[in-house]
Design a protein around this ligand. Structure first.
Ligand SMILES: [Zn+2]
Length: 263
Protein backbone atom coordinates (compact mmCIF):
# COMPACT_ATOMS: atom_id res chain seq x y z
CA UNK A 1 0.00 0.00 0.00
CA UNK A 2 1.33 3.44 -0.88
CA UNK A 3 1.58 6.37 1.56
CA UNK A 4 -1.48 8.55 2.20
CA UNK A 5 -1.69 12.03 0.68
CA UNK A 6 -0.10 14.57 3.00
CA UNK A 7 -2.61 17.23 2.02
CA UNK A 8 -6.00 15.52 2.02
CA UNK A 9 -5.24 12.09 3.51
CA UNK A 10 -6.51 10.41 0.33
CA UNK A 11 -5.04 7.28 -1.24
CA UNK A 12 -2.17 7.50 -3.72
CA UNK A 13 -0.85 5.61 -6.72
CA UNK A 14 2.68 5.21 -8.06
CA UNK A 15 3.11 7.27 -11.25
CA UNK A 16 6.69 6.21 -11.98
CA UNK A 17 10.05 5.40 -10.43
CA UNK A 18 12.80 7.81 -11.40
CA UNK A 19 16.48 8.35 -10.69
CA UNK A 20 17.44 11.34 -8.61
CA UNK A 21 20.91 12.91 -8.37
CA UNK A 22 21.98 10.31 -10.90
CA UNK A 23 21.90 7.41 -8.43
CA UNK A 24 18.96 7.36 -5.98
CA UNK A 25 15.74 5.56 -6.82
CA UNK A 26 12.73 7.86 -6.31
CA UNK A 27 9.11 6.70 -6.23
CA UNK A 28 6.66 9.39 -7.36
CA UNK A 29 3.16 9.12 -5.92
CA UNK A 30 0.00 11.01 -6.87
CA UNK A 31 -3.10 11.44 -4.73
CA UNK A 32 -6.12 9.96 -6.47
CA UNK A 33 -8.29 12.67 -4.93
CA UNK A 34 -6.48 16.07 -4.83
CA UNK A 35 -3.69 15.20 -7.34
CA UNK A 36 -0.87 16.15 -4.99
CA UNK A 37 2.18 14.59 -6.66
CA UNK A 38 5.15 13.86 -4.41
CA UNK A 39 8.28 11.83 -3.94
CA UNK A 40 7.90 9.10 -1.37
CA UNK A 41 10.44 9.38 1.45
CA UNK A 42 13.26 11.38 -0.19
CA UNK A 43 16.27 10.25 1.85
CA UNK A 44 18.87 12.14 -0.23
CA UNK A 45 17.97 15.70 0.78
CA UNK A 46 21.18 16.40 2.74
CA UNK A 47 23.14 15.53 -0.37
CA UNK A 48 20.77 17.52 -2.59
CA UNK A 49 21.33 20.70 -0.59
CA UNK A 50 25.11 20.57 -0.61
CA UNK A 51 26.78 23.69 -2.03
CA UNK A 52 27.86 22.00 -5.23
CA UNK A 53 24.30 21.21 -6.23
CA UNK A 54 22.95 24.64 -5.30
CA UNK A 55 25.59 26.12 -7.60
CA UNK A 56 23.75 24.89 -10.71
CA UNK A 57 20.90 27.38 -10.09
CA UNK A 58 21.71 29.97 -12.72
CA UNK A 59 18.17 31.40 -12.67
CA UNK A 60 18.35 33.13 -9.29
CA UNK A 61 18.79 36.70 -10.59
CA UNK A 62 16.34 36.28 -13.50
CA UNK A 63 13.64 35.00 -11.17
CA UNK A 64 14.04 37.85 -8.72
CA UNK A 65 14.12 40.55 -11.41
CA UNK A 66 10.94 39.19 -12.94
CA UNK A 67 9.11 38.56 -9.70
CA UNK A 68 10.00 41.62 -7.67
CA UNK A 69 7.78 44.25 -9.45
CA UNK A 70 4.86 41.78 -9.49
CA UNK A 71 5.17 40.90 -5.82
CA UNK A 72 5.74 44.50 -4.74
CA UNK A 73 2.55 45.48 -6.57
CA UNK A 74 0.49 42.68 -5.03
CA UNK A 75 1.74 43.33 -1.50
CA UNK A 76 1.33 47.11 -1.59
CA UNK A 77 -1.96 47.14 -3.47
CA UNK A 78 -3.77 44.24 -1.80
CA UNK A 79 -2.19 44.21 1.68
CA UNK A 80 -1.00 47.78 2.15
CA UNK A 81 2.26 49.69 1.78
CA UNK A 82 2.79 49.75 5.58
CA UNK A 83 2.30 45.98 6.05
CA UNK A 84 4.97 43.66 7.41
CA UNK A 85 6.07 40.94 4.98
CA UNK A 86 8.15 37.83 5.59
CA UNK A 87 9.85 35.94 2.78
CA UNK A 88 10.16 32.30 3.87
CA UNK A 89 13.10 30.46 2.38
CA UNK A 90 14.56 33.91 1.61
CA UNK A 91 17.76 32.42 0.18
CA UNK A 92 20.43 35.03 -0.47
CA UNK A 93 17.97 37.80 0.45
CA UNK A 94 17.87 39.46 -2.96
CA UNK A 95 14.06 39.71 -3.08
CA UNK A 96 13.81 41.14 0.43
CA UNK A 97 16.44 43.74 -0.40
CA UNK A 98 14.53 44.73 -3.55
CA UNK A 99 11.23 44.95 -1.67
CA UNK A 100 12.88 47.11 0.99
CA UNK A 101 14.46 49.27 -1.71
CA UNK A 102 11.02 50.16 -3.07
CA UNK A 103 9.80 50.99 0.45
CA UNK A 104 8.10 47.86 1.83
CA UNK A 105 8.76 46.40 5.30
CA UNK A 106 10.08 43.03 4.16
CA UNK A 107 12.01 40.52 6.26
CA UNK A 108 13.37 37.06 5.57
CA UNK A 109 13.42 33.68 7.24
CA UNK A 110 15.66 30.86 6.05
CA UNK A 111 17.10 28.11 8.21
CA UNK A 112 19.29 26.70 5.43
CA UNK A 113 20.82 29.44 3.30
CA UNK A 114 23.26 32.16 4.26
CA UNK A 115 21.70 35.55 3.59
CA UNK A 116 23.90 37.96 1.66
CA UNK A 117 21.75 40.91 0.64
CA UNK A 118 19.40 41.56 3.55
CA UNK A 119 21.43 40.83 6.63
CA UNK A 120 20.00 42.64 9.64
CA UNK A 121 16.45 42.16 8.37
CA UNK A 122 15.80 38.61 9.43
CA UNK A 123 12.31 37.96 10.75
CA UNK A 124 12.12 38.05 14.56
CA UNK A 125 8.66 37.87 16.07
CA UNK A 126 10.06 39.28 19.32
CA UNK A 127 11.17 42.45 17.56
CA UNK A 128 8.60 42.98 14.82
CA UNK A 129 4.82 43.29 14.72
CA UNK A 130 2.81 40.33 13.45
CA UNK A 131 3.28 39.89 9.72
CA UNK A 132 0.63 40.87 7.19
CA UNK A 133 1.54 38.22 4.63
CA UNK A 134 4.16 35.56 3.98
CA UNK A 135 5.83 35.02 0.60
CA UNK A 136 7.44 31.75 -0.47
CA UNK A 137 9.31 31.87 -3.77
CA UNK A 138 10.45 28.54 -5.22
CA UNK A 139 9.82 26.92 -1.85
CA UNK A 140 6.69 24.75 -1.99
CA UNK A 141 8.23 22.22 -4.38
CA UNK A 142 10.97 21.67 -1.78
CA UNK A 143 8.84 20.92 1.30
CA UNK A 144 7.98 17.40 2.42
CA UNK A 145 4.76 18.37 4.24
CA UNK A 146 3.12 21.40 2.59
CA UNK A 147 0.15 21.57 4.95
CA UNK A 148 2.34 21.64 8.07
CA UNK A 149 4.75 24.07 6.39
CA UNK A 150 2.14 26.72 5.53
CA UNK A 151 0.47 26.29 8.91
CA UNK A 152 3.81 26.83 10.68
CA UNK A 153 4.62 29.92 8.58
CA UNK A 154 1.27 31.47 9.46
CA UNK A 155 1.53 30.65 13.16
CA UNK A 156 5.14 31.83 13.47
CA UNK A 157 4.40 35.16 11.82
CA UNK A 158 0.76 35.82 12.67
CA UNK A 159 0.04 36.40 8.95
CA UNK A 160 -3.35 35.56 7.42
CA UNK A 161 -2.16 35.29 3.82
CA UNK A 162 0.46 33.23 1.99
CA UNK A 163 1.74 34.03 -1.50
CA UNK A 164 3.74 31.41 -3.35
CA UNK A 165 5.25 30.74 -6.73
CA UNK A 166 4.64 27.37 -8.30
CA UNK A 167 4.37 25.69 -11.70
CA UNK A 168 1.26 23.54 -11.46
CA UNK A 169 1.21 20.11 -13.08
CA UNK A 170 -1.39 19.12 -15.65
CA UNK A 171 -2.49 15.74 -14.16
CA UNK A 172 -0.75 13.73 -16.90
CA UNK A 173 2.04 12.62 -14.51
CA UNK A 174 4.60 12.96 -17.27
CA UNK A 175 7.93 11.60 -15.92
CA UNK A 176 9.81 13.95 -18.27
CA UNK A 177 8.13 17.15 -17.00
CA UNK A 178 11.02 19.64 -16.61
CA UNK A 179 9.90 20.84 -13.19
CA UNK A 180 10.56 17.44 -11.60
CA UNK A 181 14.27 18.30 -11.98
CA UNK A 182 15.51 14.91 -10.75
CA UNK A 183 19.13 15.82 -11.52
CA UNK A 184 19.18 18.15 -8.50
CA UNK A 185 17.01 16.03 -6.19
CA UNK A 186 15.43 19.05 -4.48
CA UNK A 187 11.96 19.15 -6.06
CA UNK A 188 9.76 16.67 -4.19
CA UNK A 189 6.22 18.17 -4.08
CA UNK A 190 4.04 19.16 -7.05
CA UNK A 191 0.57 20.63 -7.16
CA UNK A 192 -2.41 20.79 -9.50
CA UNK A 193 -5.10 23.49 -9.24
CA UNK A 194 -7.28 21.14 -7.26
CA UNK A 195 -4.39 20.44 -4.85
CA UNK A 196 -4.13 24.17 -4.18
CA UNK A 197 -7.87 24.41 -3.53
CA UNK A 198 -7.69 21.49 -1.12
CA UNK A 199 -4.63 22.91 0.65
CA UNK A 200 -6.45 26.23 1.15
CA UNK A 201 -9.56 24.46 2.37
CA UNK A 202 -7.60 22.45 4.96
CA UNK A 203 -6.12 25.72 6.26
CA UNK A 204 -9.45 27.55 6.39
CA UNK A 205 -8.33 29.81 3.54
CA UNK A 206 -9.42 30.62 0.01
CA UNK A 207 -7.28 30.13 -3.09
CA UNK A 208 -6.62 32.65 -5.87
CA UNK A 209 -4.43 31.97 -8.92
CA UNK A 210 -2.53 34.19 -11.33
CA UNK A 211 -0.42 32.06 -13.67
CA UNK A 212 2.56 30.83 -11.59
CA UNK A 213 1.73 33.07 -8.64
CA UNK A 214 -0.74 31.79 -6.05
CA UNK A 215 -2.47 33.30 -3.04
CA UNK A 216 -3.89 31.47 -0.02
CA UNK A 217 -5.74 33.89 2.24
CA UNK A 218 -8.17 34.20 5.12
CA UNK A 219 -9.20 37.61 3.77
CA UNK A 220 -12.22 38.26 1.66
CA UNK A 221 -10.88 39.31 -1.72
CA UNK A 222 -13.21 39.50 -4.68
CA UNK A 223 -12.62 36.84 -7.28
CA UNK A 224 -10.20 38.14 -9.92
CA UNK A 225 -8.62 40.86 -7.77
CA UNK A 226 -5.36 38.94 -7.39
CA UNK A 227 -4.99 38.09 -11.08
CA UNK A 228 -5.88 41.66 -12.06
CA UNK A 229 -3.29 43.13 -9.68
CA UNK A 230 -0.63 40.77 -11.08
CA UNK A 231 -1.59 41.83 -14.61
CA UNK A 232 -1.47 45.55 -13.77
CA UNK A 233 1.92 45.44 -12.06
CA UNK A 234 3.45 47.27 -15.03
CA UNK A 235 1.51 50.36 -13.99
CA UNK A 236 1.43 49.81 -10.24
CA UNK A 237 5.16 49.26 -9.78
CA UNK A 238 6.35 52.60 -11.29
CA UNK A 239 3.68 54.32 -9.23
CA UNK A 240 4.98 52.64 -6.06
CA UNK A 241 8.50 53.78 -6.83
CA UNK A 242 7.31 57.38 -7.03
CA UNK A 243 5.06 57.21 -4.02
CA UNK A 244 6.85 55.07 -1.39
CA UNK A 245 9.91 56.08 0.57
CA UNK A 246 12.81 53.71 -0.20
CA UNK A 247 14.47 52.00 2.78
CA UNK A 248 17.95 52.08 1.20
CA UNK A 249 19.24 55.03 3.23
CA UNK A 250 17.28 54.46 6.49
CA UNK A 251 18.35 50.77 6.47
CA UNK A 252 21.98 51.79 6.02
CA UNK A 253 21.71 54.26 8.90
CA UNK A 254 20.04 51.65 11.10
CA UNK A 255 22.78 49.08 10.40
CA UNK A 256 25.50 51.67 11.09
CA UNK A 257 23.87 52.53 14.43
CA UNK A 258 23.62 48.82 15.33
CA UNK A 259 27.26 48.22 14.37
CA UNK A 260 28.37 51.19 16.48
CA UNK A 261 26.32 50.04 19.50
CA UNK A 262 27.63 46.49 19.16
CA UNK A 263 31.22 47.77 18.93
ZN1 LIG B 1 -4.72 14.48 -1.69
Amino acid sequence: MTAACKICGGSTRVTHVGTVLGRHEATYLMCTDCAFWFVDEPHWLDEAYSEAVAAIDTGVVQRNLHLYPVLASVLARMFGSTGVYVDYGGGYGLLVRMLRDVGLNAYWQDAYCQNLFARGFEWDRGRQDAATAVTAVEVMEHVTDPLAFVDTCLRETGADSFILTQHLHDLRADPSWWYLAPEAGQHISFYAPRTMHRLAERLGMTYHAADTLHLLTKRDFRRGTFARTVRLHRYIHPWLRRRLQSHVVPDHQLLVRRACCAG
